[in-house]
Design a protein around this ligand. Structure first.
Ligand SMILES: NC(=O)c1ccc[n+]([C@@H]2O[C@H](COP(=O)([O-])OP(=O)(O)OC[C@H]3O[C@@H](n4cnc5c(N)ncnc54)[C@H](OP(=O)(O)O)[C@@H]3O)[C@@H](O)[C@H]2O)c1
Length: 189
């Protein structure tokens, strides 16, 4: 019997009321509408402490680079999904391996699992998340919903012909200031 070793992939992001992860100008300023809430200063770090690898899309990385943030998670083995080899040079040296991949993401998730990474943070964006969803590689979705509608911008899952995927609600709580936290786990039944 061949056992398929798999990672647990978590798409963790802030989201607008209309399901977008950035506005039409590629800005994340609207996230400020979430405001401080109990635990807001520590919970993302606590989440990161449970993660042992990351997957990031080219547009998300470019947004970080444009903002002067570089790649802030250089300690995590990271897979960059991009056609652009120059992006790796723009990131510079990292503590952990930083690997560019392109094309079908299925072998990428297999390689991540084969390398022994059990909890993988899908850092975005919606394009990469949509491909992961289509491959049924998303195991958990954690969103912090801001009380704002944006009208335009990339969706939580981008893609023209995404299959239906069912998730089970694992957490639902108000954060104060009109924001909410929702967490779903994939129901593969
Ligand atoms: N709200 C939040 O917390 C949050 C979280 C994450 C991201 N964001 C925002 O979301 C926006 C980016 O999301 P997005 O959905 O537009 O883009 P994305 O998923 O970050 O990146 C998409 C880009 O990645 C490359 N790519 C995707 N799939 C590929 C494949 N299979 N092979 C090779 N390259 C591939 C392509 O760029 P190239 O062809 O140029 O390589 C593609 O245009 C940014 O504004 C970011 O700041 C927000």
């Amino acid at each position: 019997m061949v056992l398929r070793v798999s990672s647990h992939v978590i798409w963790y992001t802030a989201l607008s009321m209309d399901g977008r992860i950035a506005d039409g100008q590629d800005s994340l300023d609207w996230i400020e509408a979430i405001g401080p809430y109990e635990g807001s200063g520590t919970e993302f770090h606590a989440f990161l402490a449970t993660i042992d690898a990351a997957v990031v899309g080219a547009s998300t990385l470019r947004w970080l680079l444009r903002g002067g943030h570089g790649w802030p998670h250089g300690d995590l083995p990271t897979w960059l999904v991009s056609h652009d080899p120059g992006l790796v040079d723009r990131v510079g040296p990292t503590e952990a391996p930083f690997t560019r991949v392109e094309g079908n993401l299925e072998p990428v998730f297999e390689a991540i699992a084969a390398a022994g990474h059990r909890r993988v943070w899908l850092c975005g964006g919606g394009d990469v998340a949509g491909q992961a969803l289509a491959l049924d590689r998303i195991d958990e979705v954690v969103v912090t919903i801001a009380p704002v509608a944006l009208g335009k911008g990339p969706s939580l899952f981008e893609g023209l012909a995404l299959p239906h995927r069912t998730f089970q609600l694992a957490e639902c709580r108000p954060l104060g200031g009109g924001a909410a936290r929702l967490r779903w786990e994939r129901a593969r039944g």
